[in-house]
Design a protein around this ligand. Structure first.
Ligand code: UDP
Length: 329
């Protein structure tokens, strides 16, 4: 199989490339290195071909799509911090980039998988989010919701391509995917807390810390993405992928302190201070996994403690320049 991975130098993309290359696929990466990092795929350069460009460049997308069998579209502006500080880039990249990839994959009839996000459920207070549930997002004056809205438009567009043009596309909604190589630079909580704990700095718990999330290990998520791509009879449909073990941010911070043996304490930070005025967080977010389980037999295997240990080891390695150099093949 010849596969194109947009956003392949990103955190999830690089793990996907690794898995595809390991099973013998020929892999091309298209990444503008905005949030992705070349170091993420440096160890794969003998097995993959990397093109540094944007999905907004239609010519490049067209040339790459023409020469592959399938396309995994992961390129997007992600991370709450980035979304809040650069709303124009978020909206344009996410909508125009996906539109370009849809147009070109449809032109050459190439199967496409799009990664969307649990953000599209918004601030719904349901205990568990299933694919057919309502999306409840805030007003347009609150930029945080531009990410959810842009990804929802991507989903509508993908569905429309299937309905109108029979373009074979499948959508995955990822719920807080975490693991090695994820950076805290754009606000993601686990690498942020782990870095703070290793440095013995206070862990910045936003709000009252009672909000909860379910964290899924990238090593569980990537095989599910590949299995959904491989299941050729699935088209024009959307699937949650995640983990259903829930944890509050306060409890998460405490566990990370314990597992790193850190002397850190918790520092409660208001949302206004963390993200600027007018931020809306969602209290709880847990995926219903029935649909993806029925489709591909998906079952997340990695516990939160095992995830934390993997991330702690990775952050420690990256913070130690000598160890980081030694681990490079
Ligand atoms: N969060 C936190 N401290 C941080 C970063 C994030 O308490 O330093 C909180 C954030 O407000 C949210 C949760 O952790 O309630 C998950 O944040 P993240 O940005 O990782 O993902 P989200 O679920 O918001 O997309």
């Amino acid at each position: 199989m010849r596969a194109l991975v947009t956003g392949g130098a990103g955190f999830i993309g690089s793990h996907l490339c690794e898995a595809l290359a390991a099973r013998g696929d020929t892999v091309w990466v298209l990444d503008d290195l905005s949030t992705g990092r070349f170091e993420n795929i440096e160890h794969l350069t003998d097995r993959i071909t990397c093109v540094i460009d944007s999905t907004l460049n239609q010519e490049t997308v067209r040339e790459l799509v023409r020469d592959v069998d399938v396309v995994y579209h992961l390129a997007a502006t992600v991370g709450v911090q980035l979304v809040v500080s650069q709303p124009v880039q978020t909206i344009v990249n996410n909508i125009q980039g996906t539109e370009t990839v849809l147009e070109e994959t449809c032109r050459y009839r190439k199967r496409l998988l799009i990664t969307s996000t649990s953000e599209v459920y918004g601030k719904s207070m349901k205990e568990v989010f299933a694919e057919e549930d309502d999306s409840v997002i805030g007003p347009t004056s609150r930029h945080r919701w531009s990410y959810a809205a842009s990804k929802a438009i991507d989903e509508y567009l993908a569905m429309a391509y299937w309905l109108e043009k029979r373009h074979p596309v499948v959508i995955t909604r990822l719920f807080n995917t975490v693991g090695p190589r994820q950076t805290g630079r754009y606000g993601m909580v686990i690498p942020t807390f782990v870095t703070q704990a290793i440095r013995n700095e206070p862990l910045t718990v936003y709000g009252d810390g009672k909000q909860s999330r379910c964290f899924a290990y990238v090593g569980d998520v990537v095989p599910a993405i590949i299995a959904l791509m491989d299941q050729r009879d699935i088209c024009g449909d959307v699937f949650n992928i995640g983990n259903d073990e829930s944890v509050s941010m306060e409890e998460l911070a405490r566990r990370i302190i314990a597992r790193t043996g850190s002397a850190s304490t918790l520092r409660y930070v208001s949302y206004d201070e963390a993200y600027g005025p007018g931020y809306d967080d969602m209290r709880h977010r847990r995926p219903c996994l029935k649909k993806v389980r029925a489709a591909i037999g998906y079952q997340p295997k990695t516990s939160l403690d095992a995830i934390l240990d993997a991330v702690i080891a990775d952050v420690r390695r990256r913070m130690d320049p000598n160890a980081a150099r030694a681990s490079c093949p």
